[in-house]
Design a binder for this molecule. Structure first.
Ligand SMILES: [Zn+2]
Length: 161
């Protein structure tokens, strides 16, 4: 797929959040499945998930490696508009973040990234703009994570190249 410079950097950084999240759940497990907040500014992003401990340097290195493998695989970023009830029935609460989508929203934009083996890399109800495929993001470098024990929040900063 042709991309790279066509996309505004913040669209690439935002799409990277989905890729990093997929890697976080693969490495840290289902316990890390709730996104508490996200932040994007230029080529810098930060994913904050609810979690119960600080990951080891090896785990962070593995998250970074898997995220970049997902980028290299050039996985399509599918955008599906779906009735909310239908989406909940089909996918369950995995589409949601910690903060709920307002009740009056009846149609969801679902962003779905599948791995090459067909398994779901990441799925999320998200109404922002995304790149057409993961390769368009560019290389992802994770920064130093911060674990806020009192809030049980793990912040994972990253930059894209
Ligand atoms: Zn998104």
């Amino acid at each position: 797929m042709v991309c790279s410079s066509e996309y505004p950097v913040e669209i690439r950084t935002h799409t990277a959040l989905h890729v990093v999240k997929g890697a976080v759940v693969r490495v840290l497990g289902e316990e890390a499945k709730w996104t508490a907040s996200t932040y994007v500014s230029g080529s810098h992003g930060r994913l904050t998930v609810r979690f119960n401990r600080k990951p080891s340097p090896d785990e962070i290195a593995l998250i970074e490696r898997l995220a970049n493998e997902a980028v290299e695989k050039d996985l399509p970023v599918e955008v599906i508009h779906m009735d909310r009830g239908e989406a909940e029935k089909r996918f369950g609460d995995i589409i949601y973040d910690l903060f709920p989508v307002p009740e009056e929203v009846k149609t969801l934009q679902i962003v779905l990234i599948r791995d090459t083996d067909g398994s779901i890399w990441n799925i999320n109800a998200c109404n922002k703009e995304h790149t057409a495929s993961t390769k368009c993001i560019g290389r992802i470098r994770l920064g130093k994570p911060r674990f806020r024990r009192s809030k049980q929040l793990l912040e994972i900063p990253f930059d894209i190249e």
